[in-house]
Design a protein around this ligand. Structure first.
Ligand SMILES: NC(=O)c1ccc[n+]([C@@H]2O[C@H](COP(=O)([O-])OP(=O)(O)OC[C@H]3O[C@@H](n4cnc5c(N)ncnc54)[C@H](OP(=O)(O)O)[C@@H]3O)[C@@H](O)[C@H]2O)c1
Length: 241
């Protein structure tokens, strides 16, 4: 599977592309300028020569031509750039990792983008693609430390269950990550907005936090497409119902 990253020249996209290459995927760093993508790719290969054969570069069209495509631009350009590549993205899984936030002084504030979340806005821009929201809370720095595990849950949501299962599988290959099926794409609103809280915690505690949800046992091994393989605690599920 080839995974392309639109906006892959930034810290988040390039770290994700490198990380995915490090776990066996062929990944392509995309950019509006293929030279910028090449520069980023070369820097990463200088640092991690083992990525040489699996980490590629190109313009955003090259990234959009891959089997699975991640949109890793700033939030306010994610839907537009996806729409620019609508034909190439048709029928494909498109992963939205953008968070709509502003920083006001030392305070991070979530913004409400059109349709409630960046992911929903991207889905509206590419209606024939299968948009999945994921990777919002993984700090680029830790993602880029390939070879080191990232101790984090990855909250993943989307309306196409097969697409969610595929992204769960991709995330599960990153050492230390526990992907969690977090429901339909409507939940992207909460996942994206929560990033403001995470960043606020970073400032307050002078660290880089990552989310870990307690109370879910043994889910990673078998998150089958219909969810039947998810071994949630039946008591907790009943209580919630
Ligand atoms: N940084 C993190 O730790 C982190 C973690 C998780 C999620 N995220 C999310 O991931 C996304 C990317 O984060 P980042 O820090 O890598 O962002 P970034 O550096 O600000 O932007 C990433 C890339 O997007 C492209 N870009 C910028 N403006 C654009 C526009 N108007 N139209 C099209 N492309 C544009 C640029 O690539 P070219 O100029 O080369 O085209 C840039 O290198 C953000 O939405 C962020 O919320 C970030």
């Amino acid at each position: 599977m080839r995974i392309g990253v639109i906006g892959g020249s930034g810290p988040a996209g390039s770290s994700l592309a490198a990380r995915l290459a490090s776990v066996g995927y062929e990944s392509v760093i995309g950019s509006r300028s293929k030279y910028r993508a090449m520069e980023k790719r070369d820097k990463l290969v200088d640092r991690f020569p083992e990525l040489q054969d699996r980490l590629g570069f190109g313009d955003n069209s090259a990234a959009a031509a891959c089997d699975v495509v991640v949109v890793a631009t700033p939030w306010d350009s994610a839907a537009t750039i996806a729409q620019d590549h609508e034909a190439a993205l048709r029928d494909k899984i498109v992963v939205s990792m953008a968070n709509a936030l502003i920083r006001v002084g030392s305070e991070f504030q979530p913004l409400v983008p059109p349709r409630g979340s960046v992911a929903a806005h991207v889905q509206a821009a590419v209606p024939e693609s299968r948009v999945v929201a994921a990777f919002h809370h993984l700090p680029a720095t830790e993602l880029g430390h390939i070879g080191e595990p990232i101790d984090s849950d990855v909250l993943i949501c989307g309306d196409d269950r097969d697409a969610v299962a595929t992204v769960i599988d991709i995330a599960s290959r990153i050492p230390g990550c526990r992907p969690l099926d977090s429901g339909q794409l409507s939940n992207a609103m909460a996942i994206e907005a929560f990033t403001a809280v995470m960043l606020q915690l970073n400032v307050r505690y002078k660290t880089r936090v990552a989310p870990k949800v307690s109370g879910i046992r043994d889910v990673v091994a078998d998150q089958s497409l219909d969810g039947s393989g998810i071994k949630a605690d039946p008591v907790a599920v009943d209580a919630e119902a």
